[in-house]
Unconditional design. Structure first.
Length: 322
């Protein structure tokens, strides 16, 4: 047994041709956030603190679809969502429909710790943020030029899309890749376990490009996008509707609890046997310090490290960066 951490910047149709100027900032962001998480675990911070700290950092990086990089709704607005869960107590908190909160993941934790509830959304969540004195900004802070372009192309294609790489149908009915071969995927998340086997998970997202106003995905749904108990901690990413239908995060824990599967066996079963291909990825750690990072999409921005010295940063199945 030892500490372990895993994090993701989203799973989806990430082309192998992703140009260096698009790929390298994300790789460096994964490396940076992994370093922060490892240092926090070495400093004996509780796993929930570690997971929140890493996801806050991911939210502040505009290359990922959470916080500053959140994609836009069909009305050109941002509606962010996040959740956290502490495996030791199974306490959890979630928020959605945020438009001004800089770090949604921290508001989710405040819901867990400062209210009798688990989930606050939209105006109620925004009012709670003001009451708690968390950092807020004008909603325009989250609206980037790249995401305006993403929304424009999604509207032209008349589709709701998980990322920026899916082909669209143009007027001539030919498949045309979206501009720049960019890939800004659905969610960021982090799971962590300390040397005593305590577990925690945190997840945050901006949702889907061109989603209906008011749409809620898997990220704030405990048991779907986020889950932690005494056995494992899981953070999922991908197509929210498929993840909700499959209760993806909870199913990993359930297979370990009721079937006696290992973390790797349970995670692989959920991703490769129980959810449609091209819809999901996840990162998970067990109380024993094991790590699993399976996905059934083209790629998943991911990173992990364990106390015994193993570390990995990768995007595609067999293309470990380091």
């Amino acid at each position: 047994m030892g500490w372990a951490i895993a994090l993701h910047g989203g799973a989806g149709d990430i082309p192998l041709s992703l140009p260096p100027e698009r790929r390298q900032p994300r790789e460096e962001a994964l490396r940076h956030c992994l370093r922060i998480g490892v240092e926090a675990l070495k400093a004996k911070l509780p796993p929930l603190d570690v997971a929140e700290l890493v996801v806050r950092e991911l939210e502040n990086i505009p290359q990922f679809n959470a916080g500053r990089g959140s994609v836009l709704t069909s009305e050109g607005t941002v509606e962010m969502e996040a959740s956290v869960m502490d495996g030791a107590t199974m306490n959890c908190g979630a928020v959605s429909g945020l438009t001004t909160v800089v770090n949604a993941v921290s508001l989710a934790r405040l819901v867990m710790e400062k209210t009798p509830h688990i989930y606050l959304a939209f105006q109620g969540a925004e009012e709670f943020a003001r009451q708690q004195g968390v950092e807020t900004v004008d909603a325009t802070h989250f609206i980037t030029a790249e995401n305006i372009q993403r929304l424009k192309q999604a509207k032209e294609a008349n589709r709701v899309q998980i990322d920026y790489t899916q082909p669209i149908q143009n007027d001539s009915k030919k498949e045309t890749p979206l501009a720049s071969g960019d890939s800004q995927i659905g969610t960021v998340g982090c799971v962590a376990v300390d040397g005593d086997g305590n577990l925690a998970s945190a997840t945050s997202t901006g949702g889907l490009v061109n989603k209906m106003v008011g749409r809620i995905g898997d990220t704030p749904v405990i048991g779907a996008g986020t889950y932690a108990d005494a056995r494992c901690a899981v953070s999922a990413t991908g197509k929210g509707e498929a993840i909700i239908r499959g209760t993806v995060a909870r199913d990993v824990a359930a297979l370990m609890e009721f079937k006696g599967l290992s973390l790797e066996e349970a995670a692989n079963c959920v991703v490769h046997e129980r959810t449609p291909k091209g819809t999901v990825g996840l990162v998970a750690v067990s109380s024993k310090g094991e790590v699993a990072m399976p996905f059934n999409t083209t790629g998943m921005f991911r990173a992990c490290a364990t106390e015994d010295g193993y570390s990995e940063i990768a995007i595609w199945p067999a293309a470990k960066i380091e």
